[in-house]
Design a protein. Structure first.
Length: 228
C-alpha cells in the first residue's frame, strides 16, 4: 500500500506539504504534545504521519540529524525523552482510570505529577542547550504505551488488569531509567553539571516509582493469581 501511494505522490508534493506542516509548527510552538497537536490540527497530524510513513517505506531521508558529536547526540536524546514524557503524561490518566487497587491508582497519580515535572526539567535543559524544545517522536515509548493499552483493553478481571498495568508501567520506568542514566552521564562528560543534576533528580524519581510499583506488585500479583 505504501509503495503504491509513493508512486502517486511526487517529492515536490511531499516537500510542499512538509513546508505547510513546518509553518503550522512555527505558529504553535507550544503545542508540543501529540494530544495538543491533534486537537488543533487533526488533519495536519494525519497527513504528516502518512507522508512520513511513505518516506520511511522508501527509506527517503528528508531530515538528517547529522549526529557527529556527543553534544548533538545528547540533545537528540533529550528531544526524544521530551516526546516520551509528554506521551506518558497523556497515557497515565487512562491507566489511573483503568486501575482498581487504590494503592496503584495513588502511585500512578503521584508519578503523573512527577512526570509533569520531568517535562518541565527537559524544557528547561533544552531551552538552555538549544534555545528551543523541538520534541522528536520517541517510538520506543509509543510502542510500550500501545502494549499497555492493549492489556487494559483485553483484561477481563480487575486484579489481572491491575497486574498488567503494573507490568506496563514498569516497562516504561525501566526505559526511562536507562535513558536518564545515559543523558545524565553525558551531561557530566560535557561539563553541563547543572543539567546533570536536574537529570539525576528525574532519574531518582523514576527509580523510586519503579520501587513503589514493585512493592504494590507483591499483593497485586497474588490477587491476580486467584482470579478465575
Ligand atoms: Fe519520567
Ligand atoms: Fe516515569
Amino acid at each position: 500500500m505504501g509503495k503504491f501511494l509513493s508512486e502517486l505522490i511526487s517529492e515536490p508534493m511531499i516537500s510542499e506539504w512538509l513546508s505547510a506542516a513546518t509553518l503550522i509548527d512555527d505558529l504553535f510552538p507550544r503545542a508540543h504534545s501529540d494530544r495538543q497537536r491533534h486537537s488543533f490540527f487533526p488533519h495536519h497530524s494525519l497527513a504528516v504521519r502518512s507522508i512520513l510513513d511513505i518516506c520511511e517505506v522508501n527509506s527517503v531521508k528528508f531530515f538528517s540529524a547529522n549526529l557527529d558529536s556527543l553534544r548533538k547526540l545528547y540533545i537528540d536524546q533529550l528531544q526524544q525523552l521530551h516526546s516520551a514524557e509528554t506521551q506518558i503524561t497523556d497515557a497515565l490518566p487512562k491507566m489511573i482510570d483503568a486501575a482498581t487497587e487504590p494503592q496503584l491508582k495513588q502511585a500512578l497519580q503521584t508519578h503523573l505529577q512527577e512526570t509533569e515535572g520531568h517535562v518541565s526539567r527537559l524544557e528547561q535543559i533544552l531551552n538552555q542547550a538549544k534555545g528551543s524544545v523541538d520534541s522528536k517522536k520517541c517510538k520506543g515509548v509509543a510502542a510500550l504505551i500501545d502494549e499497555g493499552e492493549a492489556v487494559i483493553k483485553d483484561a477481563t478481571d480487575d486484579s489481572v488488569r491491575d497486574a498488567g498495568i503494573i507490568a506496563a508501567a514498569q516497562k516504561v520506568e525501566h526505559y526511562e531509567i536507562a535513558a536518564y542514566g545515559t543523558v545524565r552521564t553525558w551531561a557530566q562528560i560535557l561539563g553541563e553539571s547543572s543539567q546533570a543534576r536536574l537529570l539525576e533528580q528525574t532519574l531518582n524519581e523514576e527509580k523510586h516509582a519503579d520501587a513503589v510499583l514493585n512493592s504494590i506488585a507483591e499483593t497485586a500479583n497474588t490477587k491476580a493469581d486467584k482470579a478465575a
